[in-house]
Design a protein around this ligand. Sequence first.
Ligand code: GBH
Length: 496
Amino acid sequence: MKSKNETSRRDFIKLGGTATLGLSTLHLTGCKEGETENVAKSASNQKGNRRFPDDFVWGTATAAYQVEGAVKEDGRGMSIWDTYSEIPGKIKNNDTGEVACDMYHRYKEDVQLMKSIHAGAYRFSISWPRVFPEGMGTPNPKGLDFYDRLIDELLANGITPYATLYHWDLPQTLQDKYGGWQSKETSKAFAAYAAYVTEKISDRVKHYFTLNEFYSFTDLSYGQGQLAPGLKLPQKGIVQVRHNAVLAHGMAVEAMRQSAKSPLEIGVAENIVTAVPVMDTRENIEAAKNATRELNAGLLTVMLEGKYTDKYLNSLGSDAPEFTDEELKLIGSPLDFVGINVYLANKYVLAADNEDGYELLPHAKHHPTMASPWHLISPESLYWAPRLVKELWNAKEIYITENGCGATDEMTNDGKIIDTDRVMFMKNYLTQLHRATSEGIPVKGYFHWSLMDNFEWIFGYGIRFGLFYMDYETLERTPKQSAAYFKNIAKSNTLI
Ligand code: GBH
């Protein structure tokens, strides 16, 4: 005879994608001995279906200013984030990245952390002002030495390095001299820096991301005054900043391919604005596609299509960016893969009988969030973002360059960090990622943001994103429950 619990277990399994959540809920609510065994057995029976593709890459990600510290060491120049975080009131608690996780000195220990959770890849960013203290001109050899040591340590431990060339730490000199991203001089300087780095490390590093999250370092930094350098330009200025940023990307792709010593794989790491269909009907999926293309028109869309959409240019009128056909060609340089940072469904969308064919819905007032106020919980984004990238732009390879969540983790008296909220987040998001790979969407890898708690920009050290907990007094690193969860998945290449 079947017990009630067993019936509901079967129902959960029938639901497919939601089975993971169902099984663990049952487990936690404490079913009887024999039933627990049945649950475990059926989970293992499902194993075949729960595997990720054989060569799937499991990694973690960080960014230079958020983890390195050592901001005045070995000839590093100032960046706009050093300047910005010194202005009282800009950063929560007036925190700065001066020490951060001190990874500059502790990278060997941190490579061991990666190894301990079975991460096969590491996405780190290179600090432009370490390599070129003034953004251009004479390089500082000691700056690149650090990345040489880090890369060698990763390779010696069987971890594949993925380098990001820009994660928001613009050399202060370029801000002072040219107004930073307001000038194409900065785009040119970026391409020269990117080519220099590639020439030096392409013998050991094959995978590169040019720039990280354009919207953050363009609109939020030059338009809304939230992130460094904290400017509030009028629309025309912001639109030009966006253009100069995508131009930097395109110029760098070309320059890097020329300077490389062996063939490179280059992509972008963009915080795609994802429109998710409220209901997965054919009309709504079409609506989500069209909406996603337009919502990214000034950034990802132009990089992948080599042209601005008519709608984007028309809506801007005289504020449209100044550009040439030659620039557009560079901006649309062919890429080897598309990297997307996916945290949420930026918009929910429905098909509509209007000119656009879609309607963007406002977020419901009580939509649940994680610790960061912007972070609406929407696991389906990790299915829809790669699917839309594949369908819109026929991407051959896709990486999830960031996914993760902030929490206010605390250590218990006996030294544990029980972040069941993060495990819940990962379980649900990864279920949707698995849905994508099992449908043949070419996602090649997943980088969890972040390896360890770090300097969370304007939120300072208060919101923690790590799989490892950081004691900011002692700089001791401790694995959280989520680190164990990540390890199980990475080791088995299976959704658990
Ligand atoms: C990423 O941004 C960043 O690449 C990474 O450096 C960061 O640590 C991580 O995620 C976690 O935040 O105006 O209130 O919306 C994720 C997307 C876009 C989220 C900008 C924060 C600004 C704050 N981010 N947004 S708010």
